[in-house]
Design a protein around this ligand. Structure first.
Ligand SMILES: C=C(O[C@H]1C=CC=C(C(=O)O)[C@@H]1O)C(=O)O
Length: 403
């Protein structure tokens, strides 16, 4: 029993390696993901090398994968990987049952383009250097949190979510396939993703936060906030939340309800907040559902995408003021961190996630990104600790030892 399990695992990993080798060797943009609570690994590969940009009317888009940075772009567009090729791999199937398309089959097996990418990845820009030096300074982050608290006390903000970075060397024995595999096994409730926009960016992550999801007539979004380490045998039951965390999450929920009000949408279901597990962290989450048919809102996905991003879980409240505060004081570029990513119009469903618990590949190194919700009662040291825990979610799969 154990033997066959091990054999099938190795074979599935080989299948993932074949897919990644074929995708890298094409030189074209691609994305690979596994949705929360799913056992299917999906991949899209664009037919063109050129990087596409699209408008935000997601209902009009062809099947593909959308990628939007934290900051809005001047052209108001997002990056897009068109699903010229789409492949899904049922992770529970035996290897011999996998029927690869020709673009995968024609690739030589084992060492190849995937290893080349990892050893020769030149995505080292000036912007990246700032992100490494300013973004990773503990002193800078503590000061930023102090400043956030004083702005909140002065009544200029209600909540703000400052972030930081952590750059670690990519160990010589780093195995991307193994990391993706472990991420999928360790975080069944997260959106495990890897995307590669040649010459632009390559990221790997496991996000716990859905921004918007549409399937048939159903629309879904969530408010996620509050963080603590999962402890004990039954962490979901034993979790106790402080007033600070309850209020922090309530602000995110209120923001969603305000968005519904703005578009005069009155019929929605709200459930929660309840405690949920994301890796070894716990969060508070409320779920919001709308029937787009009965409310006559076929474009609710695009409308809410425009209204929600960036949510108060990654930016703050009021949104405009919190955003300006971060732009002025954070001191580094978030790039794709806290932006949004996800499959669009694939099998009649769209699932877009906030790009959290994530890392970008640089030259021989990776940069992890994490933020923490600050309210009036925050303690800067504790917020730093929280970002350390969030960085570890992904960081632990990059190194044999913690840096
Ligand atoms: C900003 C992040 O998490 C957000 C989502 C859940 C809980 C959060 C918090 O407790 O601060 C954050 O709002 C991050 O993971 O970098």
């Amino acid at each position: 029993m154990i033997d066959s399990l091990v054999t099938s695992q190795v074979a599935t990993k080989d299948a993932i390696r074949m897919l990644l080798n074929a995708a890298f060797s094409s030189g074209r943009p691609f994305a690979l993901w596994r949705k929360p609570k799913s056992n299917v690994l999906e991949l899209v590969l664009d037919a063109e090398e050129k990087i596409r940009k699209v408008g935000m009317e997601i209902e009009e888009l062809p099947a593909g994968f959308i990628i939007h940075p934290f900051e809005d772009q001047e052209d108001k567009k997002a990056y897009f990987i068109k699903a010229s090729e789409y492949f899904s791999l049922d992770l529970s199937l035996e290897p011999q049952e996998i029927d690869f398309p020709d673009w995968v089959k024609n690739q030589p097996p084992s060492k190849g383009p995937l290893e080349q990418f990892l050893t020769n990845n030149n995505q080292s820009t000036e912007e990246r250097k700032v992100n490494v030096s300013v973004g990773s300074s503990k002193a800078h982050f503590l000061e930023l949190v102090e400043q956030s608290i004083s702005w909140i006390k002065a009544g200029k903000l209600e909540k703000v979510v400052p972030a930081r970075t952590k750059t670690i060397p990519l160990s010589s024995n780093f195995d991307l396939v193994q990391s993706i595999w472990e991420l999928m096994n360790s975080y069944p409730n997260s959106f495990v993703n890897f995307f590669h926009l040649p010459e632009v960016a390559t990221w790997l992550g496991a996000s716990p936060e859905t921004l918007i999801e549409t399937k048939g007539d159903e629309f879904y979004t969530m408010s996620l906030a509050g963080t603590q380490k999962a402890q004990g045998d039954n962490p979901l039951k034993s979790a106790a939340w402080t007033q600070k965390e309850i209020e922090e999450q309530a602000l995110v929920s209120r923001y969603i309800v305000d968005c519904f009000k703005k578009i005069r949408l009155r019929e929605y279901d709200e459930h929660g907040p309840k405690t949920v597990l994301a890796g070894d962290l716990l969060h508070l989450r409320s779920d919001f559902r709308v029937n787009m048919k009965s409310t006559n809102f076929p474009q609710l996905g695009s409308v809410m995408l425009g209204l929600l991003h960036p949510t108060s879980a990654v930016c703050g409240m009021p949104r405009k003021e919190a955003h300006e505060f971060l732009k002025e004081h954070e001191g580094f570029e978030r790039c794709f961190f806290a932006g949004f990513i996800g499959p669009v119009n694939i099998k009649e469903s769209t699932a877009i996630y906030v790009n959290l618990r994530t890392a970008s590949f640089g030259d021989g190194e990776i940069t992890l990104y994490a933020g923490a919700g600050v309210t009036e009662d925050s303690d800067p040291e504790k917020e730093w600790e929280e970002t350390e825990m969030k960085c570890r979610i992904i960081g632990k799969f990059f190194q044999s030892e913690e840096s």
